[in-house]
Unconditional design. Structure first.
Length: 250
């Protein structure tokens, strides 16, 4: 359990530093440090991600850093996609889910490596059809493999939704919370019907540790070079993707 707590703190630190990426570590933490079966780790990850994101989103709301128009514009199709992705996740072998998860970790690592921390992307006009489709797709990914998808949502909000970067992270957190709750609800119904029991104690501990870690991440972000942190995190994601692939997929 100590390992799981430390892993959860790392999740929170990543969210505090980068505003995204941390939730992609939740499944490995639950798999290898909390010893959860793959299907339960994916389902539990959604609830943990939802709660941590909701906490961060609430703080952003208090600071008026959330665009509620875009939360619903992106979040409603995202919730629909998350439900469908969770439904698909309950119907396939968990190794397929983990293989998709490995691919996502590699994509996230590449994006983190290439992204410049001081680069400001200029927002564009709202593209309704594309942001709806993007919400559906990212929501489906969320439900299927148990990740928040912040590293996909933030660019979509800026480039497709016309959201200024200073609003995109807080808005993204509320979107992640909405669709992650929906995805978890579907998993909970399906897995409970199979007689499986969720480890609520571990879920609570990992969630609290993740929230604590997010404060540490905000402190670190203000004091260390963001570009170097991003590259280090990208390397770590590649290592974790290799571990998941060799230990749980092959």
């Amino acid at each position: 359990m100590i390992g799981a707590i430390l892993g959860a703190i790392l999740i929170g630190i990543s969210l505090g530093v980068f505003g995204s990426g941390g939730s992609i570590l939740t499944v490995p933490v639950l798999l290898y440090l909390a010893n959860m079966p793959a299907n339960m780790a994916i389902a539990s990850s959604l609830l943990i991600v939802a709660l941590i994101s909701l906490f961060g989103g609430a703080l952003a709301t208090h600071k008026r850093l959330v665009s509620w128009r875009h939360v619903w514009l992106f979040g409603l199709p995202g919730m629909l996609g998350a439900y469908g992705g969770a439904w698909a996740g309950t119907a396939v072998d968990s190794r397929i889910q983990l293989l998709v998860f490995v691919v996502l970790m590699i994509i996230a690592a590449v994006m983190m490596w290439r992204k410049r921390g001081n680069q400001d992307t200029q927002p564009s006009d709202i593209k309704m059809l594309r942001i709806t489709l993007d919400g559906l797709i990212v929501g489906a990914i969320t439900g299927f493999v148990g990740v928040g998808g912040g590293f996909l949502i933030v660019p979509a909000l800026v480039l497709l939704g016309g959201v200024p970067m200073y609003l995109a992270i807080g808005t993204s957190l509320m979107i992640i919370a909405l669709k992650s709750f929906v995805g978890f609800a579907k998993y909970y119904t399906a897995l409970s019907a199979q007689g499986l029991q969720f480890d609520w104690h571990t879920i609570a501990i990992v969630t609290i540790a993740g929230i604590v870690g997010s404060f540490a991440g905000a402190w670190i972000s203000a004091r260390l070079p963001r570009d170097k942190l991003q590259k280090g995190f990208a390397i770590f994601l590649i290592v974790m993707a290799t571990v998941v692939l060799t230990q749980s997929v092959l």
